[in-house]
Design a protein around this ligand. Structure first.
Ligand code: FAD
Length: 262
């Protein structure tokens, strides 16, 4: 089984590096870390890899060259190969362009059976990249995965938490799934792998003819950030000591939603 995991390096904090004039984050002045939800995705992949012998796990990171650190972190956890998608041509990418670039990169490396993404990132936070990659690769997408019931070379059976119910789905491979944060607790890196990780090769993926230049970077990004601001709190809040049932009624009434249960 060939498994790919998409892992993003994210800023430690959004607050200090926000340029309110341009609406962009000044990523140079921020500390960075690996998106915690993506470590859950890596853990999920490691468990599949351990379950199915002869499996391989590669990680893909799109970001500046310093995102190499995130790949080494994944090596220390047990990833076999790490691809750093980094080029000036890719900068300024919104969700659409990011997903396109990651999909093209994955496609260019191998035919993966299973691609795993995190639930969302802690910076952009849209939770759209995974589904968008699957569209670009023309493979099925399973979101909100909370449990892997069965996995083999041909299909996966997983449980999806849809908010109102948990449903079990069987999906042929290849497919892409986005895992929820509680599916597994990420393991700690072993000392042996940590030492090996320092020496392992990280494979750079730069802009080339495989990428359509109109679909990448700022050119391929239709999103326009009009304004970024912190909302001023002007109204005083009311604390209501009411039952859950009454609270529900107040909320539904406030939103003008009809609720048969009230
Ligand atoms: P989500 O959809 O929340 O992520 C879901 C999952 O997808 C993650 O858990 C992970 O598994 C995977 N994933 C997401 N992003 C990556 C990644 N980069 N690498 C690997 N896996 C990933 N960001 C920049 O860093 N540089 C820029 O120059 C830049 N310019 C932007 C310009 C505009 C106009 C806009 C709107 C955004 C820009 N961004 C930039 C932000 C960037 O578009 C988003 O961070 C990116 O699309 C990912 O979206 P998200 O963070 O909401 O991911």
């Amino acid at each position: 089984m060939k498994i790919a995991v998409c892992v993003k390096q994210v800023p430690n904090s959004q607050d200090k590096g926000m340029d309110f004039q341009t609406g962009n984050l000044d990523r140079k002045i921020l500390g960075v870390t690996t998106n915690p939800y993506d470590l859950v995705a890596v853990e999920t992949a490691l468990r599949v890899k351990e379950h199915l012998t002869d499996s391989r796990l590669d990680v893909f990171t799109m970001g500046p060259t310093r995102a190499e650190k995130t790949i080494r972190e994944c090596y220390a956890l047990g990833a076999d190969g790490g691809y750093l998608i980094s080029d000036k041509a890719f900068s300024g990418s919104d969700v659409l362009a990011t997903a396109y670039t990651i999909a093209k990169s994955i496609e260019g490396v191998d035919d993966y059976d299973l691609i795993i993404c995190g639930k969302q990132t802690t910076d952009g936070d849209t939770g759209q990249v995974g589904a968008s990659i699957s569209v670009r690769l023309d493979i099925p997408y399973i979101g909100n995965v909370v449990e892997i019931v069965k996995v083999n070379q041909d299909y996966v059976i997983v449980k999806q938490d849809l908010g109102t119910k948990v449903q079990t789905v069987k999906c042929p491979l290849p497919c892409l799934m986005a895992v929820e944060k509680d599916i597994y607790v990420p393991r700690l890196a072993s000392l042996k792998l940590k030492i090996q990780a320092k020496k392992k090769e990280v494979f750079p993926l730069r802009f080339n003819d495989n990428y359509d230049q109109n679909s990448i970077g700022a050119k391929g990004s239709p999103t326009k950030v009009r304004k970024v601001y912190t909302k001023k709190v002007t109204e005083k809040s009311n604390v209501l000591n009411v039952s859950v049932k009454d609270a529900k009624k107040i909320i539904y009434d406030g939103l003008g939603i009809k609720n048969d249960e009230k």
